[in-house]
Design a protein around this ligand. Sequence first.
Ligand SMILES: [Zn+2]
Length: 343
Amino acid sequence: MHSIYSDGSGTIEEIIDAGISVGLDYLMFTDHFNLKPIENGYEGWNDNLLSLFGYEHNDMNDENHYMLFDMDKVMPKDYTVEEYVKTAAKKGALGIIAHPDEIRSHLVSYPPYPWTHWELDGFDSIEIWNQMSHWMEGLTKWNKVWRWLHPRSSLITPTDRILEKWDELNLQRRISGIGGVDAHQYIHKLSIGIKVKVFPYKVLFKTIRTHLLFYDPLNPGDHVIDSKNRFINAIRSARCFISNYKLGDARGFRFWAETDAKSYNMGQSVPIPEEGVNLQVILPADAVIRFVYNGKRGGRVTGDSATRIVKEPGVYRVEVYQGGKGWIYSNHIRLEKEDSNES
Ligand SMILES: [Zn+2]
């Protein structure tokens, strides 16, 4: 999301208050080319909410937006995509490709900002669902007013384009998926002179969320840098899932793999034993569950849990739907032949 440190309209304090008021545990800020909020002491805890700050880099054509966490400083603006992806990787920063597949034509002043350099590696994660991209892509002159008024109901599912790309990349190596709101809270001046806030932070904070899993609980007041490292590690390790809060609170969702010997989280690789691997899903409420294997969706299962025994190597993830809309998207679990020792 963006604050007054770049092209957002909210102060950091206002955004944190909005996050606290809707019960968020954390916020990750990505102002364009700006890490000053850290210098100004904003990184840390407010009540039960942890605010972390990275920044968003883009190339000279305003494409290839890249969200970075744990960079000590902002890289030069004239860096090529290759330079900023490689430099960040070398420094051990977390690199997340932002809104990679934007297609839109309706708003002239908001052109698409796609990712065009898939040949590079060194990135850790992809934003597979971005509230702003999704909203703008579906926009037509007929639904414009309705969509301005109902930003939350406009969300359907992440696009198949990006999901396919993400599945394809994961056949090569682990790339986690996250969701983001890309909140700016635009201020729009009406012809009658009144200013209105478009997509207030508080409204968007009740849409796409990324849920992180930790092995030990994170407690308010925990050391900030240690906590930040744990966040980065969870995202990089793909120990996370994405939800649309409009369709229900997704906390409690789990997707894991079990063998006789051990259980494995999202992001992990499982050596396939003779008897196969038991994939398990539990949900906080009844919904429609689909397993996705190497990018292919399986049949629908309705309920608050599902299990499946699988033996084929490849990448598995889960999609969960409510009323035909995407509610929860897991990260991948990789199955490998037992003699392989990659982890
Ligand atoms: Zn961007």
